[in-house]
Write a protein that binds this ligand. Structure first.
Ligand SMILES: Nc1ncnc2c1ncn2[C@@H]1O[C@H](COP(=O)(O)OP(=O)(O)OP(=O)(O)O)[C@@H](O)[C@H]1O
Ligand SMILES: [Mg+2]
Length: 226
């Protein structure tokens, strides 16, 4: 796994000593909540805003690295498929290489790996469907957040309506979970764009999906002072 992508990751950045690289971890113990979708879209959005980004995929499924390998255009974006054990070292290398932002995509049902990713992060994002079963599945992920003490927010993903999203937000907040006001809707663009390694910004520039990812990225940027 640690092959040519490590090399790419370590060599594609201009040396930028003393940079203030930030790390964002996308975690959720619930499968299919949108971790990879959010990770790759935020990564490309950050690139569009002029940042050097390293995507680190510690999920065995390797969906993020698959997306990256399918891409046909090169940007200031690198990606690596690795294990949680190698994470600290790789984050350090990305920093030395001059990356501005590291985004870690994690696996569901792997609490130990999620803890390692969460500990490494300046901010944690937790995608969650606004549906009963998904809301009920939030506590294990928040156990991890509590354990590490890193700031974390739920982002409601695949929302099928404003009211549904607002109700889910209220339900989660009543349990003390912080939820963003920015909702990511269920849009075909997210599924279509990634088919050939694109982002919604490339698939449908200025579209609704791209605009909501812009909003999400603007929030993150402000939070971690990127
Ligand atoms: N906002 C969205 N609109 C439409 N489809 C979406 C959206 N977010 C995710 N999807 C689709 O939902 C499925 C699951 O998303 P994704 O793979 O990003 O979840 P995940 O949390 O990374 O899953 P896993 O836990 O298996 O790693 C994918 O088919 C993806 O294309
Ligand atoms: Mg995934």
């Amino acid at each position: 796994m640690l092959s040519s992508y490590t090399y790419n990751m370590l060599t594609c950045y201009h040396i930028n000593k003393g940079n203030h690289m930030k790390t964002l971890a996308i975690i959720s113990q619930k499968g299919g909540s949108g971790k990879t979708t959010i990770a790759v879209h935020l990564a490309f959005c950050a690139v569009l805003s002029g940042k050097s980004v390293a995507l680190i995929d510690i999920d065995q499924q390797g969906s993020t690295i698959d997306w990256f390998k399918t891409r046909k255009t090169e940007h200031d974006l690198a990606a690596i498929h690795t294990t949680a054990a190698a994470l600290t070292d790789l984050i350090l290398k990305a920093k030395k290489g001059g990356a501005d932002l590291v985004i870690i995509d994690t696996a569901p049902h792997s609490a130990e790996d999620a803890v390692i990713a969460a500990r490494s992060a300046d901010l944690i994002l937790i995608p969650c469907h606004p549906s009963r079963f998904d809301l009920k599945a939030m506590p294990p992920t928040f156990e991890i957040v509590k354990l590490v003490g890193t700031k974390a927010f739920i982002v409601l993903n695949r929302c099928t309506g404003q009211k549904i999203a607002e109700n889910a937000k209220e339900a989660l907040e009543s349990q003390g979970f912080p939820v963003l006001d920015i909702f990511i809707f269920d849009r075909a663009a997210y599924r279509h764009a990634v088919m050939d390694g694109r982002s919604v910004h490339e698939y449908e520039p200025g579209g609704k999906a791209a605009l909501e990812i812009d909003q999400l990225f603007a929030f993150i940027k402000g939070k971690i002072k990127l």
